[in-house]
Design a protein around this ligand. Structure first.
Ligand code: IVH
Length: 713
């Protein structure tokens, strides 16, 4: 068990002599009681998951409990009982659906839990051994597939017509869900004439993430409108399962599902069962030709190194996929070799699932802090017991605002499910209500700013509360100063967070302009401030006075004015005074500036104290070359988005960024479908992989040189 997982079920097997009790259970003593307790827990969670479509704990947690029980049963075979959850593959059958006996059982696959590359190597080693291959024999060919996070489905076609769709159930008997499955547009209802008399196609029904988000949004609106019996779904797989098991296929049809084929079940004539297709890959290509979706990532790879490379390639592509995967699947390609390898109990020896680190885990919510942002936004932040999820240790997750915190009904002391997918910031998905401590109070945003005590207000139509203290609020002031000094703003080297805290707390710096009046002896008195560093800071402040208009505009910290907008403003108006007096209409003429931004800029410069700060900064000697507005035609790269990654030979990344931006290009931090070029230097990592996965053109130093000299790369 993950050491940082909360003690929901007690650390059952760590130290049998000092057992801990899960909530609501008595003291645990011997292995028999432990097994009994685990079975009870697993049965309950399997029911919540399979029958109610409302899982209470993350999959990773269920898997851990399951493996604990397996370990316990193998250490104490006398404890095995036929009703143990380890003795069957799937879930319960709802009474409402007709049972379907699978003519060819629906198997499961062994899961390689080692999420490192070594997991793939171990599979190849095992396969070679079982096939009796020596080092002299050639590499085994495998098919690498994605492990889709949906639910297994068997589609039966007789004489080319879809006659039955069934869930896996316990692997032997599933549920008839044909009416619901017919609503999935991607599933052919009729096959071409060359299809066999009987064909069972096995694959995964899943829900795309964007469809899932849209469904949950609709559900929220229904709930808000007072609809009874509606709920939101925890994740796409859970939503897909709910849709497949809808008794009313009209409702199922509103929940857009998708399908990928990955295997075969029953097939007639029997002659097709074996040698008709020499390989698994050929079979998949035939299914594709008959109209079944087969994931384009499905690849033939060679040997352990091929598996490892596939695992890594898919890990990099994972976040850009429109649907969830929880790993990859490796299958021996040659059907004759598959036949030789056969099965162990209910699992083929020729296939293995190789997982990626879980993207959802469970932990305890220790506190809800409220942070004050640079522009006064009050953000509730969940402080979590450290938990390893999505490849990193997470201790904080934003709850966005009071409405969001209430919607999820998170309370201090709750056990929560935390999700972190890719580069996305971690979020609290839901609460495990079962584990809520008694009398945990609902979260309410405080009426006053936790830092300065000013009134906290929420404007009509806005979700966020804001501290009304403005620069009176030291939290806002500190952040305004950090922002001002930032490398990409005024670039004041040596003005660290701790020093800003002290300067603000001791009232030495009340406005941005006060920075330029700091004296050596004041600075030298600050904690951990050697005279040398104080001298350096004064020099850095002096140096920062010579800047550019766009940096200066950005450094003011005007709400909604980021670096790119500041550059556009500088380019458009050429002079600060022109920006300061521009009407909202005039501001709307600037590229990227919409009504919200225009209003925010106007409001900023309408405040006398903001104009005073600007004036004081100019008087302190802050200066920049003022020029004329540039016409957009002088921007050959206007509208082009570029991502820089790896180490470039010809110039540093900052220099490349400046040059590209001077020509009107936008330099973005992450690759998406909207990226026009990725410039990749040495040791480029996941951004390069993502570019390749998305088919974004990749340039080297030469391509970059062409781009910044106005030529087509
Ligand atoms: S093959 C004989 N391939 O993972 C092997 N399964 O236990 C049968 N899954 O619930 C399964 N993607 O629904 C296979 N590319 C893939 C898969 C896949 C997802 C699911 C499947 C089953 C579980 C395997």
């Amino acid at each position: 068990m993950n050491p940082s997982t909360p003690d929901l079920f007690g650390d059952l097997f760590a130290e049998p002599s000092t057992p801990k009790s899960p909530p609501g259970e008595g003291q645990i003593s011997g292995p028999a009681e432990q097994a009994h307790l685990l079975r009870t827990q697993l049965h309950r969670h399997a029911h919540a998951y399979y029958t109610l479509d409302a899982p209470e704990i993350p999959d990773a947690e269920y898997d851990r409990l399951f493996r604990q029980l397996q370990a316990l049963e193998s250490a104490h075979p006398e404890l095995l009982s036929p009703d143990s959850p380890t003795q069957r593959v799937g879930g319960a059958i709802l009474d409402a659906f007709a049972p379907v006996k699978h003519r060819v059982p629906m198997l499961s696959i062994r899961t390689e839990t080692d999420t490192e590359a070594s997991g793939a190597e171990a599979f190849d080693t095992r396969i070679r051994k079982e096939l009796g291959l020596t080092e002299a024999d050639p590499a085994v060919t495998y098919v690498g597939e994605l492990k889709f996070d949906g639910l297994a489905m068997s589609l039966r076609y007789e004489n080319g017509v879809l006659v039955q769709a069934a869930t896996r159930g316990d692997g032997e008997t599933g549920e008839e869900v044909t009416a619901n499955i017919r609503t999935i547009g991607q599933i052919p209802l009729r096959l071409p004439p060359d299809a066999p008399a009987v064909l069972e196609v096995r694959g995964e029904v899943y829900m795309r993430r964007d469809h899932f988000e849209a469904l949950n949004e609709r559900q929220r609106q229904r709930i808000a409108a007072g609809a009874k019996g509606e709920k939101t779904f925890v994740n796409p797989r859970n939503a897909a399962a709910g849709a497949v098991r809808q008794l009313d296929s009209g409702i199922a049809a509103e929940r857009p599902l998708s399908f990928f084929a990955y295997g075969l079940g029953d097939i007639t004539p029997a002659s097709l069962r074996g040698p008709f297709w020499p390989s698994h890959y050929d079979m998949l290509m035939q299914l594709k030709a008959w109209g079944f979706p087969v994931a384009e990532q499905t690849s033939c790879v060679s040997g352990a190194s091929g598996l490892v490379a596939f695992h890594q390639r898919m890990a990099a592509a994972r976040d850009a996929l429109p649907y969830d995967i929880d790993g990859v699947v490796y299958k021996v390609n040659d059907l004759a070799q598959q036949a030789r390898l056969g099965f162990v109990t209910r699992e083929p020896r020729w296939a293995v699932a190789h997982k990626y680190p879980a993207q959802e885990e469970m932990t305890t919510l220790l506190a809800i802090d409220v942070q004050v942002g640079r522009t006064g936004k009050l953000t509730p932040v969940a402080k979590l017991a450290p938990v390893f999820v999505g490849g990193v240790t997470v201790t904080n997750a934003t709850l966005h605002n009071e409405l969001e915190a209430r919607r999820k009904d998170v309370r201090v002391g709750d056990t929560v499910i935390v999700r972190r997918a890719g580069d996305v910031i971690p979020e609290v998905v839901s609460v495990v209500l079962d584990c809520r401590p008694a009398e945990a109070p609902q979260f309410t945003m405080m009426a006053h700013c936790p830092v300065c005590g000013s009134l906290a207000e929420r404007e009509e139509g806005e979700a966020d509360h804001r501290c009304t203290g403005g620069l009176f609020c030291s939290a806002q002031r500190k952040q305004a100063i950090w922002h001002f000094a930032h490398r990409r703003a005024m670039d004041v080297d040596g003005l660290g967070d701790k020093l800003v805290d002290q300067l603000v707390d001791s009232d030495q710096v009340k406005t941005l302009a006060d920075l330029y009046h700091l004296k050596l002896d004041t600075l030298a008195k600050m904690d951990r401030m050697a005279e040398k560093s104080a001298v350096n800071l004064l020099e850095a402040l002096e140096k920062s006075k010579t800047t550019t208009l766009s940096r200066f505009l950005f450094s003011l910290g005007i709400r909604h004015v980021g670096e790119a907008t500041a550059k556009e403003l500088a380019r458009h108006f050429g002079q600060l005074d022109a920006v300061m007096v521009a009407s909202e209409d005039a501001l709307l003429q600037v590229a990227d500036v919409g009504p919200v931004v225009a209003h925010s800029i106007r409001t900023f410069f309408d405040q006398p104290h903001n104009r005073e700060v600007v004036q004081a900064l100019r008087e302190a000697g802050v200066t920049w070359p003022e020029g004329d507005a540039l016409a957009p035609t002088e921007m050959p790269l206007a509208g082009i988005t570029v991502v820089l990654t790896g180490t470039l030979q010809s110039m540093g990344r900052d220099e490349a960024k400046e040059k590209l931006e001077a020509l009107g290009a936008k330099v973005a931090g992450s690759v998406s479908k909207k990226t026009h070029y990725v410039v990749a230097g040495a040791e480029a990592g996941s951004k390069l992989d993502k570019a390749q996965a998305l088919g974004v053109p990749v340039l080297d130093d030469t391509g970059l040189a062409l781009l910044i000299t106005g030529q087509k790369p």
